[in-house]
Ligand binder design. Structure first.
Ligand code: ATP
Ligand code: MG
Length: 271
């Protein structure tokens, strides 16, 4: 984010329930604290996870923008934590089947974001379905969340493989969540690294975050308040703040067309 252009990155995983939404929300909280203007796109199309985690109910979503029923500022839902949510809703898949003219109209409306934000975080659903892959090929960077469970590793590998083979994505940032200690987290990363080296040439992986298993997380989920707000000094909160500092140092490659526009163009298949 060390440029005048916004950074667009996803928080993703092959496996469900590994902590993507918690990490997205708390990263948004921490990046806002670091002075960044953040929008969190709830791109989990089946289940509006972000709303549930924050106990908020945004009244409008991206469809109202498309139908002309709302402008971008009406759809963006401010949270009490210094960032806004852009709710996607379950009809998002239909966006891809819009006519070219409709897509460009939508693109114009979404492009207004470019000047007003520093960072768009895309919280994806689980799995390697088309939607997850569309979002992940459209973003500039991908934060892949794994846990010590073996299935998280194999599913994370499957996601990386699909993005490499289907969309030529070669760079991934890895975050290990719910780890008992740093050594275990590093071993998981090494296993993933070895598998990618062995079976998928040319993939580059960096470990950018290790978030410990922390009972505060579940408590905060139940109270519908981000754990970084509930207890900013807790182990998970401190780890997410460290991750946010790393993210805020990421260079943002820029294109003439603007990073936000490129993201939506790619997502809508206009690129
Ligand atoms: N660091 C952690 N320590 C303890 N529990 C955690 C941690 N991170 C996540 N959890 C638990 O895991 C649950 C699932 O988290 P979350 O909803 O963020 O996962 P997800 O990957 O977004 O799931 P989905 O794939 O369904 O979208 C949370 O309700 C929380 O209880
Ligand atoms: Mg989620």
């Amino acid at each position: 984010m060390r440029s005048a252009f916004p950074l667009v990155f996803s928080v993703t995983s092959g496996k469900g329930g590994v902590g993507k939404t918690n990490i997205s929300v708390n990263l948004a909280v921490c990046l806002a604290r670091l002075g960044r203007r953040v929008i969190l796109l709830d791109a989990d199309l089946g289940l509006a996870n972000v709303d549930v985690l924050l106990g908020l109910t945004p009244p409008k979503n991206i469809f109202h923008l498309l139908n002309g029923e709302a402008s971008l500022p009406d759809v963006l839902f401010p949270t009490p934590y210094g960032f806004s949510i852009l709710p996607a809703s379950s009809g998002m898949a239909e966006l891809c089947s819009l006519s070219r003219g409709q897509k460009f109209e939508l693109l114009d409306a979404l492009d207004e974001m470019e000047d007003d934000i520093d960072c768009l975080i895309v919280d994806t659903g689980a799995g390697i379905g088309d939607n997850v892959l569309y979002f992940n090929q459209a973003v500039q960077r991908r934060l892949v969340v794994l846990t010590p469970e073996p299935t998280a590793l194999t599913d994370g590998y499957a996601l990386i493989k699909s993005l490499k083979q289907g969309h030529s994505v070669e760079q991934f940032d890895i975050c290990i969540n719910m780890s008992s200690d740093i050594k275990t987290a590093r071993e998981i990363f090494k296993r993933l690294h070895n598998a990618c080296d062995h079976f998928l040439g040319g993939v580059s992986l960096d470990i950018v975050g290790i978030i410990p298993r922390d009972p505060d997380v579940r408590k905060a989920v139940v109270r519908q308040i981000p754990f970084s707000v509930e207890n900013a000094r807790g182990p998970a909160a401190e780890a997410v703040l460290a991750l946010a500092k790393t993210v805020s140092e990421w260079e943002t490659p820029t294109s003439q067309d603007g990073n936000i526009k490129i993201f939506w163009k790619k997502f809508l298949g206009l690129e």
